[in-house]
Design a protein around this ligand. Sequence first.
Ligand SMILES: C[S@@+](CC[C@H](N)C(=O)[O-])C[C@H]1O[C@@H](n2cnc3c(N)ncnc32)[C@H](O)[C@@H]1O
Length: 360
Amino acid sequence: MRRLHFETLKPVCPACRLRRREAPLELAPGAMMQDDAAWTGVLRCTAQDCAQAYPIIAGTPILVPDLPSWLSANLHLVLESEVEGTDAEAVIGAAVGPDAAFNVARQQQSTYGHDHYGDLFEPVPVGSDAEAAGSIRRLLAAVRALLKPADGPVLDIGCAVGRTTLDLAAGASAPVLGIDLNWQLLKIARRAIDQGVVSYPLRRVGNRFERRSVRASFPGANHADFWIADALALPFRSGTFRQAFAMNVLDCVADPAGLVCEMSRALSGEGELALATPFDWASHATNPSGWLESPVALESMLAGIKDALAGEGGRRLVSIAPPAEQPWHVRLHDRAAVHYTSQLLTFRCSVDPGEIAQET
Ligand SMILES: C[S@@+](CC[C@H](N)C(=O)[O-])C[C@H]1O[C@@H](n2cnc3c(N)ncnc32)[C@H](O)[C@@H]1O
């Protein structure tokens, strides 16, 4: 956790956020610092009736409202050491079988690793079709073209392996933060900024993967940081960010309307919000009663949260550009890929001036 991000973003307790309170977190004495970043330590809620502590593990703060649940689901992944030799990885992957958590995680790392960083291994020709690696970067570039250059902190929600966060950080003068709940994906992003190494397993076919590793430096990487945090309980005071992106995340959360409300709350007046969604709903993520199955359903959800937004300091979302569509492509293995059409939406967050005075 970079000092720049902690001191600028001033995170608040995610458990208190669920009770609609903004209780600051402090870095407990004894944190191990390395290159102006906390490598290990504890963030503690300053509200005396809470005092919840959140660990910083390998440079990553774990800022989720239900820490015990996140740790019981993820601690074994956090403690799992890296197996990076292709041969050793292949032996382990074959021994445990394709349905083992080891291989399920490798599939996710392969899919997002390739789309975010595949250009570092095979240059993507200019004007290439939607199938080439980098489809998320093209999607991000398309929405950014509709926004103003950010003049303050930027939030990248559901950043996965983090290339979009690094793209947003290139040329940034303020902190850019990528958040996700998935440790196995986020650790690829962390390694890119901590060690200047991009490394992920690329699935070839069946249960056969090939380890891809390369040294890489990213302009503006010192403005990027990666935290474990929940998009539905953002650990930030209202009005912290100038821009918030949720690229292909809306259909992955339990409460899509809650995501948009949280993003809006985290934005300052005139802050900008960008969403991309392929409407790829799954019942393990979102109860089918909450599925928005068309752009029209999405619009009526946005209309329906007007009152909730007004309750968040008089906030209102004003559309910046008409909704657009763009391909988004995720590779499964050498012979399979999923082609989505992702819908892009951009909004400016207008905040009642009287409420801004109260927030600052
Ligand atoms: C479909 S992936 C998109 C990843 C990336 N934005 C891209 O387009 O390549 C959705 C991401 O959102 C993350 N995610 C899902 N629910 C989340 C939540 N409540 N808070 C933060 N991240 C979440 C997932 O772990 C996953 O990395």
